[in-house]
Design a protein around this ligand. Structure first.
Ligand code: COA
Length: 277
């Protein structure tokens, strides 16, 4: 039988079910499914939704029952069509800077959650939506997805880390082209430039992403946390420093119960039973 857990608010309100206005969040057998749920506005990120995502991801990071997160958008059309343009229309410079810093902090939290976060890009992922997807550990797209950073068309630039993460993912020239022109690309082109890892037919999308999430949930959370740190932090270092970091982290893994179990299970031709320690 499937184990379903509705995630709860931290600290004082632990017993009450989590109630959000703009997102859905539930955990089934170690996989937390987070859905941005404003389909009539193509799941655009207004400030209330940003706040709910902040709370939700803070909680997911701390919850030991959550081993992997899948992030997607509600409805047929969109993952997230960007930050809420209506809210941005009349911002002052100071307000815009604070808005950017707040969005960046959320993206950093997701990127540094210490657990894999899969972006399941089921439709439009534009502006802040594309930035949200890029903050995830990796991205899968349905063949209906369209991605881009259209902010220059609004007289803006990407402000939730997009100018930084896109160039790291796809390289300087492609990033410059996407940021400056603001054009949308389809899922196949997004895969060709390395913006998404794989494209699935829309009909199979949820199940296909679910299979990957389940495979990640079966691994040791300790091992995955260390792997995330090694790749993530190493990318910001020169190679020699990154290799020193890797050796130190390999040492942590090497002395863990899960390394003993994983290697013994291989030798004994059985499935490992990890204890996350
Ligand atoms: N912020 C606020 N509202 C948004 C939005 C956003 N980023 N993206 C879509 N919406 C709203 C629309 O205003 C519309 O609301 P309404 O029905 O009350 O008028 C609703 O979502 C549906 O969008 P609509 O434009 O009618 O759908 P479409 O299929 O014709 O076009 C898009 C889809 C994605 C091409 C178009 O909505 C779009 O260009 N959105 C903005 C994308 C963007 O610039 N994002 C970056 C923001 S920084």
């Amino acid at each position: 039988m499937q184990k379903l857990k509705i995630l709860t608010i931290p600290a004082t309100e632990r017993d009450k079910p989590m109630s959000y206005n703009n997102i859905l969040c539930e955990c089934v057998e170690g996989v937390a499914n987070v859905t941005v749920n404003r389909p009539d506005k193509l799941n655009a990120l207004n400030t209330e939704t940003l706040g709910e995502l902040e709370t939700c991801f803070a909680d997911l990071g701390k919850d030991p029952e959550v081993r992997v997160v899948v992030l997607t958008g509600a409805g047929e059309k969109a993952f997230v069509a960007g930050a809420d343009i209506g809210e941005m229309a009349n911002m002052t410079g100071n307000e815009a800077e604070r808005f950017s810093a707040r969005g960046q902090a959320l993206m950093d939290r997701i990127e540094n959650l210490g657990k894999p976060v899969i972006a399941a890009v089921n439709g439009f992922a534009l502006g802040g939506g594309c930035e949200l997807a890029m903050a995830c550990t990796f991205r899968y797209a349905s063949d209906k997805a369209r991605m881009g950073l259209p902010e220059t068309g609004l007289g803006l630039i990407p402000g939730f880390g997009g100018t930084q993460r896109l160039s790291r993912l796809v390289g300087r020239g492609r990033a410059m082209e996407m940021v400056l022109l603001g054009n949308m690309i389809d899922a196949v082109d997004a895969m060709a430039i390395g913006l998404v890892n794989k494209v699935y037919p829309a009909e199979e999308f949820t199940d296909s992403v679910g299979i990957v999430a389940k495979a990640l949930a079966a691994k040791s959370t300790l091992t995955l946390r260390v792997a995330l740190k090694s790749v993530g932090e190493g990318l910001e270092m020169n190679q020699a420093s990154g290799c020193r970091l890797e050796a130190a982290l390999f040492g942590i893994c090497g002395s863990s119960d899960d390394a003993r179990e994983g290697c013994s299970a291989f030798m004994e031709k059985r499935k490992p039973e990890f204890k996350d320690s």
